[in-house]
Write a protein of this length. Structure first.
Length: 139
């Protein structure tokens, strides 16, 4: 079983910030910036090419909601949204990166320096995003 499927099933540890019938969202454990979320379809698809057409809209509706939630929860200036398809895809389960951005945050092009969370930071940031997503109406 892939690690993201295990997260979805609750058998692998993760800070899940949102879930609905089609998607699960959790914090990346090696974030570009704190609050970096991964949006994954609940069913296993290796790449975007494998995702059925009927699941594209539900997946990206969640991406849209999470992008707004991350920005509001963390006071970010915006977000960076990306999908790796095979190349640079460290886990072969389709996932969309939602990365909080700030003006002059140092991110250039596609060079993604990774960071680590300090003690308690991951849970605290997950809670901020979770609260924002729970309080924001679905569009």
């Amino acid at each position: 079983m892939c690690v993201f499927c295990a997260v979805i099933e609750g058998t692998a540890p993760a800070e899940v910030v949102y879930a609905d019938v089609a998607t699960t969202v959790f914090l990346d454990n090696r974030p570009v910036f704190h609050g970096h979320c991964l949006v994954v379809p609940k069913d296993h698809y290796d790449t975007m090419d494998d995702l059925p057409d009927g699941l594209v809209a539900p997946l990206f509706a969640t991406v849209k909601r999470v992008a707004a939630g991350v920005q509001a929860a963390l006071g970010a200036d915006g977000t960076f949204i990306a999908v790796n398809n095979n190349v640079s895809q460290s886990v072969p389960h389709l996932h969309v990166h939602v990365v909080p951005r700030r003006f002059k945050d140092g991110l250039r092009g596609f060079f993604w320096p990774r960071s680590r969370y300090g003690a308690g930071e991951m849970a605290a940031i997950a809670q901020l995003i979770r609260e924002q997503l729970e309080s924001a109406p679905a569009r």
